[in-house]
Design a protein around this ligand. Structure first.
Ligand SMILES: Cc1cc2nc3c(=O)[nH]c(=O)nc-3n(C[C@H](O)[C@H](O)[C@H](O)COP(=O)(O)O)c2cc1C
Length: 136
């Protein structure tokens, strides 16, 4: 099944994780910062949705990106980069994609620019998603 990575990143952490996932899956990446130019999500069934936490919530640009698109029928795999306090970010993501099935999130912990969650933990999670969705 066709998969897409959509991400938002202000200071580079989430972008780095998006690039790592793309190397494993071969999926295309879309930067939510590009707004309308970030293109269409139609035609993709599996979406890796990567977002940082801002003040316990989804950053505004992620909210706007999600509100402008239809997520109906899609399977969403959220990846939440954070400094240890995820707050209501996951619940907000679920609320922003009505009609989608949203898997439990992968939390990727950073202390500023230093990644604390191990790459092998992320890779294990990604490979499990691929297996479940017959992505080879
Ligand atoms: C404005 C702002 C607010 C943040 N608020 C939180 C927060 O509430 N909880 C948390 O765990 N991390 C918080 N962080 C840390 C980021 O979520 C974390 O560093 C993330 O990996 C940044 O991703 P990026 O480098 O892709 O922008 C905040 C960062 C910024 C810039």
């Amino acid at each position: 099944m066709k998969s897409l990575i959509v991400f938002f990143s202000l200071t580079g952490n989430t972008r780095k994780i998006a690039e790592g996932i793309s190397l494993i899956t071969g999926s295309e990446k879309r930067d939510m910062k590009c707004g309308e130019d970030a293109g269409d999500i139609r035609g993709y069934h599996i979406i890796f949705l990567l977002s940082p936490v801002w003040n316990g919530k989804v950053p505004g640009p992620v909210r706007v990106y999600m509100e402008k698109r239809s997520w109906d029928g899609k399977k969403i795999y959220p990846v939440i980069t954070n400094g240890g306090l995820v707050g209501r970010t996951y619940q907000e993501i679920v609320g922003l994609c009505p009609g989608a099935r949203v898997a439990p999130p992968l939390s990727v912990r950073f202390d500023f620019r230093k990644q604390r969650t191990k790459d092998r933990e992320i890779e294990f999670w990604v490979r499990d998603v691929m297996r479940r969705n017959l992505m080879s």
